[in-house]
Design a protein around this ligand. Structure first.
Ligand code: CMP
Length: 140
């Protein structure tokens, strides 16, 4: 499998509970390398652009409010098959369905406040990484 990069976001519910280190340990234990990382506080408008694909969903406004409610940690993870590996480590979107040992099973509070985001495909990974990071900030 090829080496890939994927965008990860540690969401406000997790940063508020000081879980950044515990979540990063899960990524590193799975063989993912954190090649860029920063803690930022997004505006509702900036979140809206990031999640524009969900604009028509009933939860869009709630999602934008939540993601702008406190700082997030945006990061780029690198490794073999990083996009799917990260999604395995995160677990299902709804923590009630997430497999044991996954980040969402251990830490997520609800389907909305689910601790982490991860890109779902190579095209979205490239777009999402470039939304937050310049090429010079990625240090493999
Ligand atoms: P994420 O992987 O970041 O992608 C879109 C997000 O929308 C998702 O995680 C959830 O946090 C959120 N989401 C999905 N479904 C719902 C829902 N039914 N209610 C509230 N938020 C949701």
């Amino acid at each position: 499998m090829a080496t890939e990069r994927t965008l990860s976001i540690i969401k406000p519910d997790a940063t508020k509970r000081n879980l950044t280190g515990k979540i990063n340990a899960k990524f590193e234990e799975a063989g993912l390398r954190i090649v860029a990382q920063k803690r930022i506080h997004l505006s509702k408008e900036q979140v809206g652009v990031f999640y524009a694909v969900h604009k028509e969903r009933p939860f869009y406004d709630e999602l934008c409010e939540f993601m702008a409610s406190a700082p997030v940690v945006v990061q780029v993870l690198e490794g073999e098959g990083a996009i799917s590996k990260n999604r395995e480590v995160m677990g299902a979107t709804n923590p009630a369905d997430a497999a044991e040992g996954t980040i969402r099973a251990e830490f997520a509070e609800s389907v909305g406040e689910n601790s982490v985001h991860g890109s779902d495909a190579p095209e979205t990974a490239a777009e999402e990484i470039s939304y937050f990071f310049a090429g010079l900030e990625l240090v493999g």
